[in-house]
Design a protein around this ligand. Structure first.
Ligand SMILES: Nc1nc2c(c(=O)[nH]1)N[C@H]1C(S)=C(S)[C@@H](COP(=O)(O)OP(=O)(O)OC[C@H]3O[C@@H](n4cnc5c(N)ncnc54)[C@H](O)[C@@H]3O)O[C@H]1N2
Ligand code: MOO
Length: 411
């Protein structure tokens, strides 16, 4: 709604049928299929989802490798010392029985070497130029301080299943295992339409106008599961919204505000006018119950398009992100559904008699501390939170657990 409104009358709109929170998430996830796979260079694959299992292209290590700085030794000691030192990145000459050669951590073990003697465990007798092991008469057992070829994996071995998110760790493993490119699912394009003539992009609230708190928060979250994200401020008139929704090229349009029945809440009327199909129209969740999900008519080039309508109250919009937007975006980008883990409240978690409550909580030792300032228009609790506790209708007993929903993260 905007400040200085001239239209006094609210148009009455009966609420749609309330969908339960669990069902709403399922509908959002089930409304799409994973987008096709594309090959991307390693850095560009970050945050995407593997479209194929990651299979080792090589043994790891690819050759027997020294795990320590010291000498590669062949057979029992003492050993005659060879002049040279084998460094990482060099192909070493074979080592005859009874000989030792200096070796660096990570260097390929010479053929014939049976173990590595660490520098601190060896002593070179200056008069005989023989290498002895310090403190014990016995020689290092074969294989000591050697990383044998294939210790971590053999060529062809599956390392990660399809559907894994490409994290920095996955990029490192893929590079070690010989990959230059990865096959990952394409991610959907998103357009964020921010509605409300009362919104300011900078400065202090004044004369009934407030700062846009949603764009700075939603854009980074949406980027976690999307390819391109554009943002537009749309003024509170029906035709502007109609035009923006009708012509958006994005796979997923996300609107903020205008979900309720206020004088300038045109979203339902616009969706009806373009023959959108409402899949979810209000959810039994607090905050955020006016959230909605719709299938839009296909784009001009035949692509399916969806719209998620987030309520304008900021914490209610966050509820819409975790309930409808993320399950849809995760499905389209090929990510598996997130696994909830259970947390116990340190005190009674706030609850609602008929609706699921989403409560900002901070976690400590797997217990959830509900944070104050969790009203629908407030962000103070959320900003200090690790995520949201999902409190079912009627609440949970003090001794029982509730599901914990982490906030979206890039990987
Ligand atoms: N008669 C009724 N009124 C309302 C109901 C209802 O059931 N009956 N539901 C309430 C609930 S719950 C919510 S949530 C809001 C949803 O409202 P809208 O989605 O139509 O959003 P607006 O009216 O445009 O704005 C609501 C509120 O949020 C502020 N807002 C909007 N966008 C932003 C933004 N980007 N950054 C910061 N704040 C934003 C806006 O200024 C309003 O204060 O409706 C209730 N009313
Ligand atoms: O969705 Mo509303 O109050 O529950 O902000």
């Amino acid at each position: 709604m905007s400040a200085g409104r001239t239209r006094p009358k609210h148009h009455a709109r009966p609420h749609g049928h309330l969908t339960t929170w669990t069902k709403a998430r399922k509908i959002a996830r089930d409304t799409g299929v994973a987008m096709p796979a594309r090959t991307r260079e390693l850095p560009e694959a970050l945050g995407h989802t593997l479209a194929e299992p990651l299979t080792a292209l090589t043994d790891l290590p690819a050759f027997d490798t020294s795990a320590m700085d010291g000498w590669a030794v062949a057979g029992p000691g003492p050993w005659t010392i060879h002049e040279s030192t084998t460094l990482a990145g060099q192909e070493p000459a074979p080592l005859p029985d009874g000989a030792a050669v200096g070796i660096a951590t990570g260097a390929q073990l010479p053929a014939g070497a049976s173990a590595v003697l660490r520098y601190e465990h060896g002593h070179v007798d200056g008069s005989t130029a023989l290498l002895w092991e310090l403190g014990t008469a016995s020689s290092p057992t074969p294989g000591r301080d050697v990383r044998p070829r294939g210790q971590e994996c053999s060529r062809g071995e599956p390392l990660l299943p399809a559907g894994s998110t490409v994290t920095p760790g996955v990029l490192g493993l893929a590079a070690a295992a010989g990959y230059d490119h990865l096959a990952v699912h394409q991610r959907p394009t998103v357009e964020l339409l921010v509605l409300g003539d009362e919104l300011l992009d900078t400065g202090l609230p004044h004369q009934g106008r407030v700062r846009d708190a949603l764009s700075p928060m939603l854009e980074p979250w949406l980027r976690c599961a999307t390819e391109v994200i554009t943002r537009r401020l749309v003024s509170d008139d029906r035709d502007s919204l109609l035009d923006a929704v009708r012509h958006s090229p994005a796979d997923v349009v996300i609107t903020t505000g205008s979900t309720a029945a206020g004088p300038v809440d045109h979203l339902h009327a616009v969706l009806a006018e373009i023959n959108a199909r409402l899949l979810v129209d209000s959810v039994a969740v607090r905050p955020g119950h006016p959230m909605l999900l719709a299938e839009l008519p296909n784009s001009a080039d035949g692509r399916a398009r969806r719209l998620v309508g987030l309520p304008g109250n900021p914490l209610a919009a966050v509820a819409g992100i975790v309930t409808l937007a993320m399950p849809l975006l995760e499905r389209l980008s090929g990510r598996p559904a997130i696994d909830f883990h259970q947390v116990r409240g340190t005190t009674e978690l706030p609850w609602h008699s008929d609706n699921t409550r989403l409560v900002p909580v901070r976690l400590h030792n797997n217990t959830a501390l509900p944070l104050p300032f969790h009203g629908p228009a407030m962000l103070r609790g959320l900003a200090a939170a690790d995520g949201l506790a999902v409190v079912p209708p009627g609440g949970v007993l003090a001794s029982a657990t509730a599901e914990f929903l982490p906030m979206p993260r890039p990987w």
